[in-house]
Design a protein around this ligand. Structure first.
Ligand code: MN
Length: 250
């Protein structure tokens, strides 16, 4: 299966279209996609070690660590890989790489990611969002903050969690406002590029617009969801965000 990548075109499509094409279509579309020759897990291992050897521990390194985790490299294995590479690439480079790897592999193993996330915001994470679980991929949490006048809910997504495509319908008024509180997430309207969300960001979602929101693959994420009052408001839940589409976000 071909690896779908749009990072080149998203970042450099206008400035350097040929570099963007080589990045998305050749490096990811052809080289990364030759799974019959070398699997994704092994390609991740090679890539992480090559980046670490250059002392490159920026967001692209975080992306490749997250991808390595998705491709099946465990916490124990990444610790062994970086320890081994440290002797050939250099001790300080391993130190720098470990700082980020510790972060990427923290969630889901030991479970302190949730507690750390809670310390970053004043509103509670709340209870597992069981009532809406069928419309989410991954675990979400819900804390109702206001249930009169204007409904305000704190919605928390574990890393990789997102809701399905959906539409907030209304005859008039309606829609939703998201106030981002903690972590890193994504918002996407149908037919548009996904927008990265950070604490302090505000998203106005008009009624009738198909969209989804959720956490980044490597981060917990919380936003307040405000229900904008309107006439005949209702939600329509659609298909999940595909794994390929979500993974391409980084
Ligand atoms: Mn929504």
């Amino acid at each position: 299966m071909a690896v779908k990548q749009t990072a080149g075109r998203d970042s450099l499509g206008q400035f350097a279209p040929e570099f963007a094409r080589l990045n998305d279509d050749v490096l990811f579309g052809e080289v990364w996609s030759r799974e019959e020759a070398l699997g994704l897990r092994d390609r991740s291992l090679v890539t992480v070690v090559a980046l670490m050897a250059q002392g490159l521990v920026d967001e692209s390194f975080r992306y490749h660590l997250t991808t390595a985790k998705h491709n099946g490299i465990t916490r124990g294995e990444i610790a062994e890989i970086l320890t081994h590479a440290a002797f050939y690439a250099g001790w300080p480079k391993a130190w720098a790489a470990f700082r980020m790897a510790k972060d990427v592999w923290a969630d889901g193993e030991g479970g302190d990611g949730k507690a750390r996330h809670q310390r970053e915001m004043v509103f509670p994470i709340g209870a597992p969002n069981d009532a809406y679980a069928q419309y989410f991929v991954g675990q979400s949490y819900l804390a109702p903050l206001s249930t009169s006048q204007v409904g305000v809910y704190n919605v928390t997504f574990e890393p990789g969690c997102r809701n399905n495509w959906h539409i907030h319908h209304a005859k008039s008024g309606g829609g939703q406002v998201l106030l981002c509180l903690a972590g890193r997430g994504w918002y996407q309207e149908e037919g548009k590029a996904a927008r990265e969300l950070r604490p302090g960001d505000v998203v106005n979602i008009p009624a009738g617009v198909k969209h989804w929101h959720g956490a980044a693959a490597d981060s917990w994420f919380s936003h307040l969801a405000l229900e904008v009052p309107g006439e005949e408001t209702r939600n329509e839940w659609c298909e999940p965000v595909s794994e390929a589409q979500y993974r391409a976000l980084g």
